[in-house]
Design a protein around this ligand. Structure first.
Ligand code: B4P
Length: 194
């Protein structure tokens, strides 16, 4: 089993690149952002609670997100591995993920962090907001999300660096060029299926 964390600030391209990686390496995709948006759309109690945070550009509480991940992993006992997209976003989430994977006799093997300058992040998310209808892609909320990233999520990179698992990839090239840079690192661990 091979487990990858795709890390980076909001709008760095985690969702975009995950789709390509899943296709190329046959991994199961777990995006906490997508899972939370599904819960919001279907108006589950979890979704109603999560929406209060997401609409303000704040992180959803750890216990909500961690519970969601655990049941998602259990849905795919035969998986070749997982790509965690947008998770973990706090050190508490990272520690919980380590414990959860250890319990399942596996671990995180690689963390790829997409590095993109702030002006480019803002530009991309405002562009996405114009077409996606995502209510958190407005300038005021984007600034809040980037602040949350700096204070709560950026320390997670150090957590994995200490474990010797972190690689930083430039994410401000084109989607294809960024994908090739990512595959150069993944290929050291796992052969493509396509
Ligand atoms: P997410 O859904 O994870 O979304 P994101 O960080 O905004 O975007 P991502 O990095 O995936 O960017 P994308 O590929 O779409 O989170 C949303 C919210 O959910 C959070 O704010 C939080 O409230 C909550 N949440 C999620 N996970 C949580 C957790 N673990 N704990 C607590 N709360 C959590 O790319 C963005 C845009 O750029 C797209 O339009 C794309 O087309 C474009 N783009 C991508 N790569 C490009 C490139 N190389 N060049 C040009 N454009 C590019």
């Amino acid at each position: 089993m091979f487990n990858l964390v795709l890390f980076g600030p909001p709008g760095s391209g985690k969702g975009t690149q995950s789709a390509n990686i899943v296709h190329t390496y046959g991994l199961k995709h777990i995006s906490t952002g997508d899972l939370l948006r599904e819960e919001v759309t279907t108006q589950t109690p979890l979704g109603v609670e999560a929406k209060k945070y997401m609409d303000q550009g704040l992180l959803v509480p750890d216990e909500v997100v961690i519970g969601m991940i655990s049941s998602k992993i259990d849905e795919f006992p035969e998986a070749r591995g997982f790509i965690f997209d947008g998770f973990p976003r706090t050190c508490a989430q990272a520690e919980s993920l380590d414990n959860l994977l250890e319990f399942k006799n596996t671990q995180i093997h690689l963390v790829l962090s997409l590095d993109v300058p702030q002006e480019e992040l803002t530009r991309r998310m405002i562009g996405r907001g114009a077409t996606s209808g995502r209510s958190d892609d407005t300038e005021e909320i984007i600034i809040r999300r980037i602040d949350e990233y700096r204070s709560k999520t950026a320390p997670v990179a150090e957590y994995y660096d200490t474990q010797g698992k972190l690689d930083i990839i430039r994410g401000d090239y084109s989607i294809d060029e960024t994908f090739h840079a990512l595959t150069r690192q993944i290929d050291k661990h796992l052969l493509p299926v396509t």
